[in-house]
Design a protein around this ligand. Structure first.
Ligand code: AMP
Length: 244
C-alpha cells in the first residue's frame, strides 16, 4: 500500500525515551535496503558508518585519505577514527528522537565506546536486529550489487534490478559497482566479519536481540522487522502494515 499522511506512525520513542536501533549483519546481508525502509517508516535517521566514510573519501579529507585504501582492501578503519566520526554525527539534532546505526559497531572496542556514549547521554540500551545470511549466498549477492552514487539506493542484478539497465529509477544517475564489492575484497570483508565483528553479538550478551533470516525478499524481511519493532512503537491508531 502506498504510504499516506494518515497511516504514518507517529514515532514518539520507546517508553517515552529515545530509541537506539542497531542493524547488524555481514556485508551484503541487506542492511542498506532495510535501513532505508525502516527510516521511511519510523522517521529516525539511519546512520551508516560506511556512507559517512565514503563521503569523507569523496571530499578528500584527512580521514578520507586514510580510509580509502583500507576500505578498498576490505579491512576495517581504525576504531578511534570511526568512533570520533560517529560521536560527531550523533550530536546532530536529528538524532534527538532516536537513530538507527547501520554497520556500527563492528568491533568489540566500538561496542564498548558506544556503551559509554549512550550511558553519558542517558540513552537506552540498543535493540539489535541481526540480519543473518549464509556466506555462500553473500558472495554472489554482493558481486551483483549496484549502487546509485547520488542517492545511495542499492540495486541487485539478481532480484532488484533497476527499471532501465544501469540507471537509477529515482534520479536517472548511472549506477556503479563499489570497489569493495569485487569478489576478492568481498571474501576479505566476510572473513573480517567472522573474526572481528560477529563477537560483538556476544558483547551484548544477546540482550534485546532479534535474529532475522536475511536470505528472503526485502519486503518479507521488512514485514518481520515491523513485527519486531511494532510493540515498541507508540502509534496513532493505525496499523504499521499499512505503511509499506
Ligand atoms: P559498509 O558500507 O558498511 O559495508 O562499509 C564499507 C567499508 O567501510 C567497510 O568495509 C570498512 O572498510 C569501512 N567501515 C564501515 N563501517 C565501519 C566501522 N564501523 N568500523 C570500521 N570500518 C568501517
Amino acid at each position: 500500500m502506498t504510504p499516506s499522511a494518515e497511516n504514518y506512525i507517529v514515532w514518539i520513542g520507546f517508553e517515552g525515551k529515545t530509541l537506539v536501533l542497531l542493524l547488524f549483519g555481514p556485508p551484503g546481508c541487506g542492511k542498506g535496503t532495510q535501513s532505508r525502509l525502516i527510516t521511511n517508516w519510523l522517521h529516525v535517521p539511519a546512520i551508516s558508518t560506511g556512507d559517512l566514510l565514503r563521503a569523507e573519501v569523496a571530499a578528500g579529507t584527512d580521514l578520507g585519505k586514510l580510509a580509502k585504501g583500507i576500505m578498498a582492501a576490505g579491512g576495517l578503519v581504525g576504531d578511534d577514527l570511526v568512533n570520533a566520526m560517529l560521536a560527531r554525527r550523533l550530536e546532530s539534532d536529528d538524532c534527538r528522537d532516536g537513530f538507527l546505526l547501520d554497520g556500527y559497531p563492528r568491533t568489540v572496542e566500538q561496542a564498548e565506546f558506544l556503551d559509554c556514549l549512550l550511558a553519558k547521554r542517558c540513552l537506552p540500551a540498543p535493540i539489535l536486529l541481526h540480519l543473518d545470511v549464509p556466506n555462500d549466498a553473500l558472495v554472489s549477492r554482493m558481486t551483483s550489487r549496484r549502487e546509485c552514487p547520488a542517492c545511495r539506493r542499492i540495486y541487485n542484478l539478481l532480484h532488484q534490478r533497476p527499471l532501465k539497465e544501469g540507471i537509477c529509477d529515482d534520479d536517472r544517475t548511472p549506477l556503479i559497482t563499489r570497489k569493495d564489492d569485487k569478489e576478492e575484497t568481498v571474501r576479505e570483508r566476510l572473513d573480517t566479519y567472522e573474526r572481528v565483528t560477529r563477537p560483538v553479538l556476544a558483547h551484548y550478551d544477546y540482550q534485546n536481540y532479534h535474529q532475522i533470516r536475511g536470505d528472503r525478499s526485502p519486503n518479507y524481511i521488512f514485514e518481520e522487522i515491523v513485527g519486531v519493532l511494532e510493540p515498541f512503537a507508540n502509534r496513532n491508531g493505525n496499523s504499521a502494515s499499512g505503511t509499506h
